[in-house]
Write a protein that binds this ligand. Structure first.
Ligand code: NAD
Length: 492
């Protein structure tokens, strides 16, 4: 576990020498003291990234040359897969097979953007047809400059890759500020890019607390773009900070995503996807389908089955064989989720399953998979993101009501629908006001497809070619091709 920040290709102690505790959420033990970067370190990192962008080789390389480094990063990640996955479990709590999957996806993300970097060489400029024959115009895309990335703790290394890989592919340089709850694998990424031969200053990694390191990064005049994933209140602060010097901003924020299940659905498949939609990663997933809407005639049988299956989920340390639900990431998150359940109950909801600490697990931030029912549409748990293994289930009468209830949210990140009637599923999918829609499943995410939300769920899209565009500026060049004088001021 690393004790230094990664700035300008070197491992350096934080300017103020501080550390913060890294806690294993399964044992509550302090497993590391990570370097606490502050404004001075952020300033150093931004200067290094600026120098690397303005004068270094990275933005001037061909896409193919950048792709070679990105592919090497992916290879090293895969070589270190088991070790990185175990670090992720100790830091975040998730079950080991999920962490292994995350690490594979992280490597996949670097490989995917290596491909896009290489493709950029094939279309260096686009000629734009003009109605005016005396002029020609062409468009090129260029890296946006120095990017700042601030990321959350739910998929620590994977969330880093969603920003680092496209930024590097585009030719940007970057300062990455991981979450203080999960700094371990992000610091390893420093060692990985070093080994892969990334030039000094292209990626700088500063761990630290949000207000001490994240805020100075979002306010720093030396960065051109800020990319953030996290909560809505922090997203609003970052946007306000960026407004001061009109930084380019992309935001991936929260959600309260619906899952509409029609009565013609296969009950086994519906329960399986509902559970995957909310219990995977302990429900700490921005796109978690935390509101389940079931057509009236299926509701009683589905609820009974869901409650029975939720009770069978094996809860424990993410490193133990067979664990399907680990602890929540931190004491703070555990307390927040428990308080949300209590508030929901106080406002009239029923806890149909779970709702408390699993018997026998007295240490660690463990919470039973929880199913809540009978809440009004204005109940806190129906409206607000809980970010834990808590699913709210309600019935609906018809398609129109399901669509109305689904879209009645300030969020619009994701939505899911299940039905054997494909035309109806497609119709509902089109009616959802959300950026990510699943039919007959919930949560599968592919690097090739765009990711992001409507409404208060964010601005912009990550992943796919959309993710690359986040880090590109568009430049048009117009040329006067005629030998004739322009003749506006000076007449012949
Ligand atoms: P958070 O907003 O508390 O923290 C996210 C990051 O912002 C952390 O690195 C933190 O240190 C930093 N930060 C905190 N205060 C800051 C400030 N004033 N200025 C700059 N940076 C600051 O969120 P979290 O608790 O880490 O993550 C949970 C939230 O993230 C949930 O609401 C969830 O919906 C959202 N999330 C969204 C997505 C998505 O793709 N849309 C993915 C994961 C998580």
């Amino acid at each position: 576990m690393r004790e230094k920040l990664f700035i300008d290709g070197r491992w350096v102690s934080p300017a103020k020498g501080g550390t913060f505790e890294v806690i294993d959420p399964a044992s509550e033990a302090i497993i590391h003291r990570a370097p606490a970067g502050t404004a001075d370190d952020i300033d150093l990192a931004v200067r290094a990234a600026r120098q690397a962008f303005d004068h270094g080789p990275w933005p001037r390389m061909t896409g193919k040359q950048r792709a070679a480094v990105l592919r090497r990063i992916a290879e090293i990640i895969l070589e270190r897969k088991q070790e990185l996955a175990r670090l992720e479990v100790m830091d975040n709590g998730k079950p080991l097979p999920e962490a292994v999957w995350d690490i594979e996806d992280t490597a996949g993300c670097f490989s995917f953007y290596a491909g896009l970097a290489q493709e950029m060489d094939a279309k260096p400029e686009e000629v734009i047809p003009l109605a005016e024959p005396r002029f020609s115009a062409k468009v090129v895309q260029e890296p946006v400059g120095v990017a700042g990335a601030i990321i959350p703790w739910n998929y620590p290394l994977l969330m880093a890759s969603w920003k680092v890989a496209p930024a590097l592919a585009a030719g940007c340089t970057m300062v990455l500020k991981p979450s203080e709850l999960t700094p371990l694998t992000a610091l390893e990424l420093g060692a990985i890019v070093e080994q892969a031969g990334l030039p000094a200053g292209v990626l700088n990694i500063v761990t630290g607390l949000g207000p001490d390191a994240g805020q100075p990064l979002s306010e720093h005049p030396g960065i051109d773009k800020i990319a953030f994933t996290g909560s809505v209140p922090t997203g609003a602060k970052i946007m306000a900070a960026a407004a001061r010097d009109i930084k380019n901003v992309s935001l991936e924020l929260g959600g309260k995503s619906p899952f509409v299940v029609f009565a013609d659905s296969d009950i086994d498949k519906a329960v399986e996807w509902i559970m995957f939609g909310i219990f995977w990663n302990q429900g700490q997933v921005c796109s978690a389908t935390s509101r389940v809407l079931v057509e009236e005639s299926l509701y009683p049988a589905l609820l009974e089955r869901l409650v029975a299956e939720a009770a069978k989920i094996k809860i424990g340390n993410g490193l133990d064989d067979g664990t399907l639900l680990g602890p929540l990431v931190s004491r703070g998150q555990y307390e927040k989720v428990v308080a949300a359940i209590e508030r929901g109950r106080a406002e009239g909801a029923t806890v149909a399953a779970g709702g408390g600490r699993p018997p026998g697990l007295n240490t660690g931030y463990f919470l039973e998979p929880t199913v809540m029912t009978d809440m009004a549409e204005d109940n806190f748990v129906w409206r607000e993101e809980i970010f834990g293994p808590v699913v709210c289930v309600k019935s609906f009468r018809d398609e129109a009501e399901a669509i109305r209830m689904s879209n009645d949210s300030r969020f619009g990140l994701a939505a899911a629908v299940m039905s054997k009637d494909r035309a109806r599923a497609e119709r509902v999918a089109r009616a959802f006001r959300a950026g990510i829609v699943w039919i007959n499943c919930s949560q599968p995410t592919f690097t090739e497809a765009p990711w992001g939300g409507y409404k208060q769920s964010g601005i912009g899209r990550e992943l796919g070619r959309w993710g690359l565009s986040n880090y590109l500026e568009t430049k048009q060049t117009t040329t006067f091709e005629s030998e004739e004088p322009w003749g506006w001021y000076i007449k012949e």
